[in-house]
Ligand binder design. Structure first.
Ligand code: GLN
Length: 259
């Protein structure tokens, strides 16, 4: 009898232990799920000041800029923590389609080709392509680039514009590298988005911006969201529209452009 009791006690102890482990595992899974549910992941390419760049004290971890502040606002409004996944500009839409990120915020121009693959939010910023040249350059309009050494950034709208104009060009992975090429006299012109150009010209002596509104159409930036995720698209649109209405986006643009 004593032996049997012992066996029973052992059995009970085993079952309890197994149950405890199971419960623990369950709790851990729950915690993980909750944590995931409480996070919104934005993909970006933090090489595009004043929209996204790496800073000592960013608005989200080491990431700062207009887009990062917008992402933070969206996270706050949704009651979620924002995580930034920094990657090459070219990889962003694929990462979104794969579910590696929930949304892409990267000064990304809404264009028909991209809109085939993903949904875009309400536009939140209007930009255009401009040319950055040395102060003494004779380039005064886009057509003057014909016989010049042109540099663009890979996958940016600037690249498609120059390609459409049928000019030869070199494509760099980073705006900062393209600017160095110009500063060092290794190219004659860099074609890039207006606000980013302002930033680079402000930070590097001896450069100027040349605009040609007839050659470059205006562009609008949007947040990209995976097709089918209509819920997030609607939430993001509501938040963005309010930020535009309240002047928050204008304030952020002014703040980060002046820095
Ligand atoms: N607006 C440009 C584009 O969408 C550049 C964006 C960026 O470099 N982040 O291609």
């Amino acid at each position: 009898m004593k032996k049997m009791m012992k066996k029973l006690a052992l059995a009970v102890a085993c079952v309890t232990t197994v149950a405890m482990f199971a419960a623990c595992g369950g709790k851990e899974d729950d915690a993980k799920n909750n944590e995931q549910a409480n996070v919104i992941k934005f993909g970006t390419n933090a090489e595009f000041p004043p929209f996204e760049f790496v800073a000592a004290n960013g608005v989200i971890d080491q990431y700062d800029g207009i887009d990062m502040a917008i992402a933070k606002n969206i996270g706050d409004a949704l009651g979620k923590n924002v995580k930034i996944e920094n990657m090459e500009f070219d990889s962003l839409l694929l990462a979104l389609e794969n579910g590696q990120v929930d949304a892409v915020i990267a000064g990304m121009t809404i264009d028909p080709e991209r809109a085939d693959a993903v949904n875009f939010s309400t536009p939140y910023y209007t930009a255009k392509q401009v040319m950055i040249v040395k102060e003494d350059s004779t380039i005064a309009k886009a057509a003057d680039m014909a016989d010049k050494k042109i540099v663009v950034i890979q996958g940016y709208t600037g690249e498609s514009c120059v390609k459409e104009m049928k000019y030869e060009y070199d494509a760099f992975k980073k705006g900062s590298e393209a600017i160095m090429e110009l500063v060092n006299g290794k190219c004659d012109v860099v074609v890039i988005d207006s606000a980013t150009a302002q930033k680079y010209v402000g930070d590097n002596a001896g450069l100027k911006i040349v605009e040609d509104p007839e050659a470059f159409d205006s562009e609008e930036y949007g947040i990209a969201i995976k097709k089918g995720n209509e819920e997030l698209l609607e939430q993001v649109n509501d938040i963005l529209e309010k930020m535009i209405e309240d002047g928050v986006i204008n304030e952020l643009s002014a703040k980060y452009s002046e820095q």
